[in-house]
Design a binder for this molecule. Structure first.
Ligand code: XMP
Length: 515
């Protein structure tokens, strides 16, 4: 990332809204980055932020294990007059650190509230005297720090917001980042533009230009290789790298025989008119042989991951590239930062575990600062086909984790054909807000009757979910007629199938992929 990009840091104290704050700031045209409370002064100096937002969080500032930003870091921000905005827990933390007082209220204030704005400076510029806001807190500031003024109150809280006299530090009891706070965007915009004096230079066209320049500088006259899966992230990473180095980019696309209907052709076609070295490796036999009789989902994942790496390693050696390009995106970076405390639910397959025997000068991750919808927007700007950009996320181990039994021609074919029907019918019905939609080949059988004859046939399960980030998901409540169409088409068009079921479990407890 270039040093001259203006940036607002969002310190994450564990609020469910932290990402929302970062998103809102970007939507206002300023680049934002989420950082952990352990951030150090040298890191801050390097990032040179125009301002800092302290997020909300579930704890109380007095709790022993509550998250806190180091005193010396906080003092540095205050001394250098880097503007600070504290939201909820962040607001209480400012009070606590600067000599105010916070106490736990018996009653939690949760939901929409009316506040009275007592100040028209800084973040409250151009706001109404009465505003509707979203509260969610149990602790409350009951004494402001010295050299601060109260800038808002409610019927129940005489102190609902404050600022310091020199107008560099602001705090809010409520959440400007959620849509229920009517003028929340105005408050954030005031902070970013009036208080932090940002210019608003963040947009995705600038991002493309800046990234292309950085990749050119890094790779120089060298060659780079990318493992292209055909998914959104690696496709966009390939397209942006191509813009920088053209045919010195080698894209390796492994067809393991576990892809969706038409996917291999779609990816090959999408990149055929690009100026990169595109190589499709037909490795179906290799994968099917290794997966023969394997039903344990984790074993399937391990075998596929390992085999993928072997093929990629063979190809990368032939190419002799110095650089490896990966489609890592911002949520991946944030998630891996936290994963040290997380349990392994599923071993996600990626190229992160490349063997040391292929050494690269550097790994380049052009999209590591972007959210998924920003990645999609970059892909659109780079002219990638809609079918690639708007596709549902697809796991690296492919259809192998969408069949509960072994990888056989029949199991994969049922899953592939039924999933294509699901996608077609949802598209026809213009159903929106779907995160993923696919069919699962189940191993159990049930008795059906086809053409007056008994048939002990196959069952297909439908997994169709809504989600924001795949961490949690809800099954989609679809119209019965649509489900009936899908079921009828599957049983009519796929002779092996006599029954279609719908998974009506959220995540948790069920995960999105069945295996
Ligand atoms: P689960 O099944 O854990 O999936 O609820 C969450 C999201 O991650 C995707 N997924 C994977 N992606 N390799 C991937 O690249 C994998 O092994 C893998 N397993 C799950 C899944 O499709 C969903 O979007």
């Amino acid at each position: 990332m270039s040093a001259e990009r203006e940036i607002i840091l969002v310190v994450d104290f564990g609020s469910q809204y932290t990402h929302l704050i970062a998103r809102r700031v970007r939507e206002l045209g300023v680049y934002s980055k989420i950082v952990f409370p352990e951030i150090t002064i040298p890191e801050i100096k390097k990032l040179s932020p125009k301002g800092i937002i302290l997020s909300g969080g579930p704890k109380s500032v007095y709790e022993k294990d509550s998250l806190n930003i180091g005193d010396e870091v906080f003092d540095y921000l205050v001394e250098k007059e880097i503007p600070i905005l504290g939201i909820c827990y962040g607001y209480q933390l400012i009070a606590y650190k600067m000599g105010g007082n916070v106490k736990r209220e018996q009653r939690k204030e949760y939901g929409v509230a009316n506040v009275e704005i007592l100040d028209s400076e800084g973040i409250f510029k151009d706001l109404e005297r009465k505003e509707i806001v979203w509260m969610s807190h149990s602790d409350q500031v009951f004494e402001i720090p010295p050299n601060f003024v109260v800038t808002s109150k409610t019927d129940t809280s005489p102190i609902a917001a404050f600022r310091n006299n020199s107008k560099t530090i602001y705090g809010l009891q409520w959440h400007p980042e959620v849509v229920h706070t009517k003028n929340g965007n105005k408050i954030l915009s005031n902070f970013v533009y009036n208080v932090c004096n940002c210019e608003g230079t963040w947009n995705l066209s600038n991002f493309i230009e800046e990234t292309v320049k950085n990749i050119k500088n890094k790779i120089g006259n060298g060659n780079a290789v990318i493992a292209l899966s055909g998914g959104v992230d690696s496709s966009v990473a390939a397209a942006i790298t191509e813009k920088a180095i053209g045919n010195r980019l080698y894209a390796v696309f492994v067809d393991h025989g576990l892809l969706r209907k038409g996917e291999a052709e779609l990816v090959s076609k999408a990149f055929s008119n690009h100026n990169i070295n595109f190589k499709k490796i037909n490795a179906k036999d290799r994968f099917f042989k290794k997966l023969d009789s394997i039903t344990d989902p984790e074993k399937k994942r391990m075998i596929i991951g390992e085999e993928f790496i072997r093929i990629f390693e063979e190809e990368a050696r032939k190419i002799g590239a110095d650089f490896l390009v990966q489609g890592t995106i911002y949520p991946d970076v944030i998630e891996s930062g936290r994963s040290q405390h997380a349990d392994t639910i599923k071993s996600h397959h990626n190229v992160g575990g490349l063997p040391e025997s292929i050494s690269f000068k550097e790994i380049i991750e052009p999209l590591r600062d972007l959210y998924k919808d920003e990645v999609r927007e970059v892909g659109r700007k780079l002219g990638l086909p809609k079918k690639i950009i708007d596709q549902y996320p697809f796991p690296g181990p492919g259809l192998a984790v969408r069949i509960t039994g072994p990888v056989t021609e029949e199991n994969i074919k049922i899953c592939r054909d039924a999933s294509a029907i699901v996608e077609e019918e949802l598209e026809k019905a213009s159903i929106e807000n779907i995160w993923q939609a696919f069919a699962v080949t189940l191993e159990d059988r049930v008795v059906g009757v086809v053409g007056d004859q008994r048939k002990f046939g196959r069952i297909v399960g439908l997994r169709i979910v809504e989600s924001q980030d795949a961490m949690t998901a809800n099954f989609k409540k679809l119209p019965w007629d649509l489900l009936e169409n899908i079921s009828t088409r599957i049983t009519n068009e796929i002779p092996e199938v006599v029954s279609v079921a719908y998974f009506i479990s959220h995540k948790p407890p069920q995960t999105i992929e069945p295996c």
